[in-house]
Design a protein around this ligand. Sequence first.
Ligand code: GLU
Length: 420
Amino acid sequence: MLATAIVEKNAYDVALENFDLAANALDLEDNIRTMIKYPERILSVSVPVRMDSGKVVRFEGYRVQHSTLRGPAKGGIRYHPNVTVDEVKALATWMTWKCAVVNIPFGGGKGGVTCNPKALSLGELERLTRRYASSILPLIGPEKDIPAPDVYTTPQIMAWIMDTYSMNKGYPVHGVVTGKPISLGGSLGRNEATGRGVFYTTVSSCRHLGISVEGARVVVQGFGNAGSIAAQLFHAAGTKVLAVNDTRGCICNLKGLDIPAVIAFKNRTGSVVGFPGADSIKQEELLALECEILVPAALENAITVENAHTIHARIVSEAANGPVTPEADRILDQNGVFLIPDILCNAGGVTVSYFEWVQDENHLFWDEQDVNNRLEKVMTRAFQDVLKIHLDRKVNMRLAANMLGVSRVADASRVRGLYP
Ligand code: GLU
């Protein structure tokens, strides 16, 4: 049937397409495009794991370094059944532009293991993590490539990676991963940083558009680390969070959900579904709710050509990486939606990862207020930098952010030159 023939591009094609748009808008010379567009290194690893049953199961893992032009490769590790090498390449590419947009001295990287962590016991998860970490060990290190959490990876998983790396080196190396537990050199505020950055950039957008944050209606799609923390901050700021969802379903209360209670409920039961005092709705309905702020905080391709025209939000805050496809971007644009692109909106996580790495390398730790103040400063400046390009060049916010990121990496490439 024709209707089902609409095929969304894979994430890496989206990343390349958005790079070309930015490079064209910047009139970037061909030689620089050739040098900065593609991943520098791609490692594919086989990860055999002894399951609790005694059977050995093989998983596939990847680590991609897209760029080390501005500093060590930086980016999370994703554990998810849909991880592919192309997805990891896309996510690594986005990390390069993201670190450049917030102007931290890192390049971009990403890792992933194709697995369903929800189906693994704690012991299986630890063995998988340690074997994967051993396999990517030649690539990582505090001066060359620094992993962090991403979808379904946690501070505990970072601690196992740090331990595996350190045991192989023979001495403790805290700066090899970020997003670690506080007891192991993690930074205060890192766990909340992605949601906090989403909140800061959304508040800046509200100010720019003349929308009052207090009383604004918010919808959050995805209730993991980024989505739940952002929802909590929006709730505390006096907005009405109308609806949230997780993989099991969506809940809605047009009078506003009591977010701390929803979080407590999810911690107790494993899902937001069944939260008392809320209606159950479908994901299509959640995305189409009348609201000021829609926060896609789950995975890629949440908003596509098929549902973009149903979006009624004034602002779309991309807490997830790549939740809106290029075709959907064009529809949101035509409909006057103000989009805060992922590489700006969710850059709070990697920004505090940078702070964590700085603290680890200096063996000197900051209090939480200090971390949050510095984060707010970085996010607000990055927002203003992107907004200026958006207004001066009359381009949408996605293109403006990509232009900023790509131009900073291009500058680094130009002055470094081509080796040999
Ligand atoms: N996974 C997060 C992201 O996509 C954080 C990466 C990091 O802290 O290095 O930005």
